[in-house]
Design a protein around this ligand. Structure first.
Ligand code: GLN
Length: 307
């Protein structure tokens, strides 16, 4: 299949959609990102890369980082992790408090904010302090992305803390139910920092490759998690990766994928490839409008969906 031709076609077809949607503005530092930008990258098992658009442009990966922290926590805690966080779709927005109250402080899944903050809490408990935890997360993402220079944007992280009342409320609520071990501020700050990691689509696509290949990077041959664990991470991406639009995403695109409010979406085609797309205009669920459409076009044109 000629992936470059397919990406070029998608790039042309997606142009009328790029100004649609709304850039995330509840994090003021993200509100400054210009709409109308688009990039898409496909990475194959043998390291071949196909790209279109602004593929060197770094963006805030936001909630896509939750895939990486979930992977790390699963590797450490295995099934024990599910005592702290579930694996069911929430059917609610990513920052909802209501469900957490009536489900006794156990978040539905690791990809809504409450679940991801819990995951960060488990990592801090394991590594003993938040600085070491952030270093482990950063080094892991540097390794899987192939870019040892990757870092997070401190301005975005600070901006999120300044307006972070809802995430702090989620953490405090979990603490009140006994589902939280560490300092709330330090834990939520660590969560904001990993959300503020910046990557371009080439790095992001590369970093998802191990998940498309059963937990082992097919290029470096390094094993990060077991095939059974990789199956779980992909399953949760499929069922929970787009919050209350996860069903719609599975219906239209049909791939395990995770979105972030920075406008990125990272997807796997298990056994075949990983894909990253970025376009900052978001739909009402907080997922990239043009990114979702581009992935739908990709699976339609190639027939590469898991269904
Ligand atoms: N850091 C963002 C938040 O906590 C992540 C949300 C997202 O990307 N959906 O609100």
């Amino acid at each position: 299949m000629n992936y470059q031709t397919i990406l070029d076609e998608i790039y042309d077809e997606i142009q009328p959609e790029l100004m649609r949607g709304k850039v995330a503005d509840y994090i003021p530092a993200l509100a400054e990102v210009e709409k109308g930008q688009f990039a898409m990258t496909v990475t194959l098992k043998d390291g071949q890369v196909f790209s279109v658009g602004d593929t060197k442009k770094e963006f805030s990966i936001q909630s896509i980082s939750k895939v990486f922290t979930f992977t790390l926590a699963l590797d450490i805690y295995s099934k024990e992790l599910y005592k702290r966080v579930g694996v069911e779709p929430s059917g609610n927005p990513f920052n909802s408090l209501v469900q957490l109250e009536y489900e006794n402080g156990i978040p539905r899944n690791p990809f809504i904010n409450a679940g991801a903050i819990t995951i960060t809490d488990t990592l801090i408990s394991h590594y003993k302090d938040e600085y070491k935890t952030l270093e482990v997360i950063m080094n892991f993402i540097r390794e899987i992305s192939g870019n040892p220079q990757l870092s997070f944007d401190p301005i975005v992280a600070r901006s999120e803390m300044e307006h972070g009342d809802r995430n702090l409320a989620l953490a405090r609520l979990m603490k009140s139910f006994g589902n939280f071990d560490n300092d709330v501020i330090a834990t939520v700050m660590t969560y904001f920092k990993h959300c503020a990691i910046t990557m371009n689509t080439e790095e992001l696509s590369r970093s998802m490759l191990f998940l498309a290949f059963g937990g082992t990077d097919p290029i470096t041959k390094k094993k990060f998690i077991t095939p059974a664990q990789a199956k779980r991470v992909n399953a949760v991406m499929l069922t929970c990766g787009h919050y209350d639009a996860s069903g719609e995403f599975a219906f239209h695109v049909g791939l395990p994928a995770k979105s972030g409010v920075g406008g990125g979406i990272a997807a796997t085609v298990p056994g075949k490839m990983s894909i990253a797309v970025w376009s900052p205009g978001l739909n009402k669920y907080g997922n990239s409008h043009a990114g979702t459409l581009a992935l739908e076009k990709f699976t339609t044109k190639t027939g590469l969906s898991i269904f």
